[in-house]
Design a protein around this ligand. Structure first.
Ligand code: SF4
Length: 231
């Protein structure tokens, strides 16, 4: 296991001021060793004006091949859950805490490996840079890895799932995610209140003994998000 990594910060151009700028720069990231074995960087996708930002763990095998997040089986399940919860799929942004696929080879199969803390820490600057371009009303944290990246190691999804928390106040380092919006006259405007909700990763539904119960739980959590948006 790698104990340290240089981190992504030096690959983020200081002048990058759009998600497209960041996405282009991330293709060359060597902030940890995961870029070596993976096919490509899988950056977030969606609109900068998205009302809901989903943060997952890392790209899977199919995402790694296609270069897009949430296009594999877990992504399909998440899209169904988004529909069933009544969220508008046109108003979401999808990204991951770690932007390269971590796996081990068994024969010809690439088996998912959970990112270590060193990978989460190394990749966090991309997440911070993405959030600097986004202004969601709700941030949805999918699973333990995303929770570690945003909320710190003490946060337990199993204990606090489905709970609306203040964003970015609930983040491990809220100042990283604090936006200081400036209005058209150049004055600092009040930041609109935002919230965060943690739930299980859709891949946990696929692994569950009772997938129906696990799926219903995911939809119930996302329904809380849908209600928060309609207030
Ligand atoms: S996982 Fe993140 S920090 Fe590591 S090389 Fe990929 S983009 Fe860079």
């Amino acid at each position: 296991m790698t104990e340290t990594a240089p981190g992504a910060q030096r690959f983020i151009p200081p002048q990058a001021d759009t998600l497209d700028d960041l996405r282009a720069a991330a293709t060359g990231c060597q902030g940890c060793e995961l870029y070596r074995a993976a096919s490509q960087t899988v950056f977030g996708r969606g609109d900068a004006t998205a009302r809901v930002v989903f943060v997952g763990e890392q790209p899977g095998d199919m995402e790694d091949q296609k270069g897009l997040p949430f296009v594999g089986p877990a992504g399909r399940l998440l899209r169904k859950a988004v529909d069933d919860a009544g969220l508008d799929p046109g108003h979401i942004y999808l990204t991951n805490a770690v932007k390269h696929f971590r796996f081990e080879l068994r024969g010809k199969r690439r088996i998912h490996q959970t990112p270590d803390r060193v990978h989460i820490t190394a990749c966090r600057p991309w997440l911070v840079a993405e959030f600097a371009q986004l202004h969601p009303e709700v941030v949805v944290v999918l699973g333990a890895t995303a929770a570690k990246a945003l909320l710190g190691p003490a946060f337990r999804v199993t204990r606090q799932r489905g709970e609306l928390l203040p964003w970015p106040a609930a983040a491990q380092h809220p100042e990283d995610f604090q936006r200081v919006p400036v209005d058209s006259t150049g004055r600092t405007a009040d930041a609109p209140p935002a919230q965060l909700l943690a739930t299980i990763h859709p891949s946990a539904v696929l692994r569950a003994d009772n997938q129906d119960i696990a799926y219903d739980g995911l939809v119930a959590d996302l329904t809380i998000v849908a209600r928060a948006l309609s207030r």
